[in-house]
Design a binder for this molecule. Structure first.
Ligand code: TNX
Length: 833
């Protein structure tokens, strides 16, 4: 069959017209340039193939060249090249598959042919390491063999020099890359040359080619922020040395320069400390692990002994590996909370006698380090070895999520409070962190900690990693402390990245690529002179639900590419649609490398919209970025490649269960999007909110409450409106005076994530929308009877306007996760029946 996407679509359009009996109407399919293809579903994760070529799954593709095997393929290739060239001429920077986008890019006519045995000319000595890594990458993934030389006269060479090293007029880590038809020149300062080589790698065609011709360009480039970090939690799940190196390779590709290695937590201690051997004999192991999600009831566990650790030699090896890639490794030793594993080996460091066991489940635990002298002696021993191993300036000391229960009950803690004149346990935590800072400073390092270290006063030289939003970062910058922005809302890569039902299990939350991309690290709330304290950004990969490295790749990529652009590229150069256009071509490198990245950007993107004026129900718009694919759908039990194509918006006017997917011919190119729609009096009706939801969880505003769709579990954010400082107060206009006898409000309960059921729900009615009469109010005792959907039986009532007030739980009580903080209220739907 002819593969030309345009003729393919045209054919389908005529085929569509044969179906006239469907109850729902249809939408146009949007496509973006150059998308990889999909294969079959495996473990809920889609496998990609290069278009028209099956690549070996092994990361090292030693094949010398990728030949196109049929005349049809060759014809297609020439069409593609022609297309590519003509588009390049108009939109040069967009279609160069560079991520992150460089500061200045000029595309010029012509190409440089990259061929076997070409010389890479680099100065001798340590610096040649950049060239060596470049040569190895090209050999591994492109099968092209390049030669490292110190001298070469004549054309056809890649020339590397470091002569901008002393140029004070250029920003830190600046580089220039010039590709002409006869040679490639890279020069830079600091890590610039290495970054220039990463850019060069991204310019080598990664897809279907039989010759590796690099487009002629002139690029000058440098990073926006100095801290461009990625974190990896190796405690909840352990990753082998080789896997950690592979992770570091991804950072290097994206010009990220900090690897935050989360080495200790409740579930396992992962670094050898010679003076404290029990840490690796005992604390590195747990006797089982939670199966499935934390919120499942009853919880299930396996009984497999699980663990592992890195010896100091392995740690040195990883540090050196990262250093060659211009990456600093920042180790994290968690304290005083998240320390159950430590206590399992050294119970004498707790406030109670124990015994303690490394945790088998996730969350926050009450047993924490006690501020005893022997605890500080322990920390002296640990940091002495840790500081000697890691060459970077910063040591991460955790500091987050430390419940104060044990400290409140401990006579010793109360004595210290009195002696040191500390007002509460937060000040005691702050006192603890100050002592740790002194220990770390004695080893010539500085501490960085999670934003809780602000509570009770910051230690003098401490830097802050702001994770619970931007607020911690803002406060610390105002106090002239260095800050790394790492908010859950944009940088928690353990959250879901699509709304597909086939997404593998994740902790919860919803963080699609666009949201990562949209972050601006410099909050408007900060004055320019305060903004200078923002060192940069970091994304975190917590691994409670990430048991193997394939899933690490899946969760981290391509979100890491979006992070890189936030960290590196100039704010004014950032544009999501252009980023995605570059990314779709860039991802061919990962196909070549065998990376298991998420294909979420090619999935069906649903948009539920209010109905057309005067019409009931809601409208559904489905899109895909999968070029050449059409969307088919069904509202019956049968869904397959013969289901009708979708041309326009669907008007959903009755309860349906809908299935849809992107198809190219017979081949499904996306997971199946399944969605049930419920229809009640409130569905699709205008909603007015007294106060908007919290900006972090304003997922479509009031309309989301009546879009006919209930949020799913584990919750992924997209469907839920979040309130924290205000109650939810919604007025739904039913359009005419209507009778109803119950209101159902769907609320989420996930106390581990600080999301609590409401204190009360009240229903009021009105005929003019101004004066409301209360018809029913229920309190928490009644609400607690329901797991999710709370029923308010109002009895027969009439009214055109229905007001529903859902009261947040207020301050989280002691002994509960998040105690002392405002509880979140999450509501996704209000049904009036
Ligand atoms: C909060 S972020 C944590 C981690 C969890 C993570 C899960 C932080 C400082 N603490 O212990 O793994 O949430 O998203």
């Amino acid at each position: 069959m002819d593969y030309n996407p345009d003729t393919f679509l045209a054919d389908e359009k005529s085929a569509r017209n044969t179906r006239t009996d469907c109850p729902l109407t249809i939408s146009k399919v949007r496509g973006l340039p150059e998308s990889p293809e999909y294969g079959d579903v495996a473990d809920g994760i889609f496998q990609t193939r290069l278009p028209w070529l099956t690549m070996p799954a092994t990361p090292k593709n030693k094949k010398k060249k990728l030949y196109l095997h049929t005349p049809m393929h060759k014809l297609l290739l020439s069409v593609l090249i022609l297309l590519g060239v003509s588009v390049n001429a108009q939109q040069a920077d967009t279609l160069l598959p560079l991520v992150p986008q460089p500061v200045n890019v000029k595309r010029m006519a012509g190409t440089f042919p990259l061929r076997d045995n070409m010389p890479v000319v680099a100065p001798p000595g340590v610096k040649s390491s950049d060239a060596v890594l470049f040569i190895a990458f090209v050999e591994s993934f492109y099968g092209i063999h390049l030669k490292l030389v110190n001298k070469h006269n004549g054309a056809g060479a890649i020339r590397i020099s470091y002569d901008l090293e002393e140029d004070k007029t250029k920003p830190a880590d600046y580089y220039e890359l010039k590709v002409s038809a006869t040679e490639i020149k890279i020069t830079g300062k600091g890590s610039g040359v290495f970054y220039g080589l990463q850019t060069l790698i991204q310019l080598i065609p990664a897809g279907i080619v039989n010759e590796y011709n690099i487009p002629c360009v002139s690029i000058s480039d440098y990073p926006r922020f100095a801290w461009r970090g990625m974190h990896l939690d190796v405690s909840r799940h352990f990753f082998k040395k080789e896997e950690v190196k592979k992770y570091i390779d991804f950072l290097a590709m994206y010009k990220l320069n900090v690897f935050h290695w989360h080495l200790t937590d409740d579930q396992g201690w992962r670094i050898e400390i010679k003076s404290r051997p029990k840490l690796t004999e005992k604390a590195a192991w747990r006797s089982g692990t939670l199966i499935g999600h934390y919120t499942a009831s009853p919880q299930k566990y396996d009984t497999t002994r699980y663990g592992g650790f890195y010896t100091q030699d392995e740690v040195r090896e990883i540090i050196a590996y990262a250093q060659q890639r211009h990456i600093t490794v920042v180790p994290e030793i968690e304290l005083p909370g998240h320390s159950l594993a430590t206590l399992s080996a050294y119970p004498e460091l707790g406030c109670t006698p124990g015994p303690f066991e490394a945790a088998k489940t996730w969350g926050v635990f009450n047993d924490v380090l006690c501020p005893k002298e022997e605890t500080f002696k322990f920390l002296e021993d640990v940091f002495k070895e840790v500081c000697a191993l890691f060459p970077g300036q910063y040591i991460h000391i955790g500091g987050d999520e430390c419940p104060k229960d044990r400290w409140k009950e401990s006579a010793l803690c109360q004595e210290i409070k009195k002696r040191e004149n500390l007002k509460d346990e937060h000040e005691l935590q702050s006192w603890f962190i100050r002592r740790v800072e002194k220990i770390v400073a004695a080893n010539n390092k500085q501490i960085i900690g999670w934003d809780e270290i602000l509570e009770g006063g910051l230690a003098p030289g401490a830097a802050v990693m702001s994770w619970r939003g931007d607020e911690g970062g803002i406060a610390a910058a105002r106090e002239k402390h260095n800050v790394v922005m790492s908010p859950t809302s944009n940088f928690y890569f353990d959250y879901y990245q699509s709304e597909s039902h086939e997404e593998p299990l994740a902790i919860g939350g919803y963080l699609p690529l666009e949201k990562v991309y949209g972050y601006n690290p410099l909050p408007a709330a900060l004055k320019p002179e305060e903004q200078q304290y923002i060192m940069g950004v970091q994304a975190n990969l917590w691994t409670e639900y990430i048991g193997d490295f394939r899933k690490v790749e899946y969760m981290a990529l391509p979100r890491m590419a979006a992070l890189a652009e936030v960290a590196w590229s100039q704010q004014q150069a950032r544009n999501y649609e252009r980023f995605v256009a570059r990314l779709t071509t860039h991802l061919l490198i990962h196909d070549r490398m065998g990376t298991n990245y998420s294909k979420a950007i090619f999935y069906i993107e649903p948009q539920i919209l209010p109905p057309q004026p005067g019409k009931p129900g809601v409208r559904l718009l489905l899109n895909t970025r999968s070029k050449g694919a059409i969307i088919r759908y069904s509202v019956t039990d049968v869904f397959n490649e013969n289901s009708p194509p979708l041309e326009d918006t669907l008007n959903i006017m009755r309860p349906v269960s809908l299935s849809a997917a992107a198809y190219e011919g017979q081949m499904r190119r996306s997971p199946i999007y399944r969605q049930s729609f419920q229809m009640t009096y409130s569905t699709g009706k205008p909603v007015t909110l007294a106060t908007p939801p919290d900006a972090k969880y304003n997922n479509g505003g009031g309309f989301t409450l009546v879009n006919g769709v209930v949020g799913r579990l584990p919750w992924n954010g997209a469907e839920w409106l979040g309130y924290k400082d205000n109650n939810l107060e919604a007025v739904i206009d039913l359009g005419k005076t209507s009778s109803f006898n119950r209101v159902r409000v769907d609320v989420l309960k996930d106390e581990g994530s600080w999301i609590y059921q409401p204190k009360s729900i009240e229903v009021l009615t009105s005929n003019d929308g101004i004066t409301f009469t209360s018809v029913k109010k229920i309190g928490s005792e009644e609400i607690q009877k329901y797991v999710r959907m709370v029923m308010v039986n109002t009895g027969m009532n009439f009214g055109r306007y229905v007001k529903v007030i859902v009261e947040t739980a207020g301050t989280i009580p002691a002994g509960k996760p998040g105690e002392g903080n405002p509880a979140w209220l999450f509501v996704d739907e209000i049904f009036i029946e």
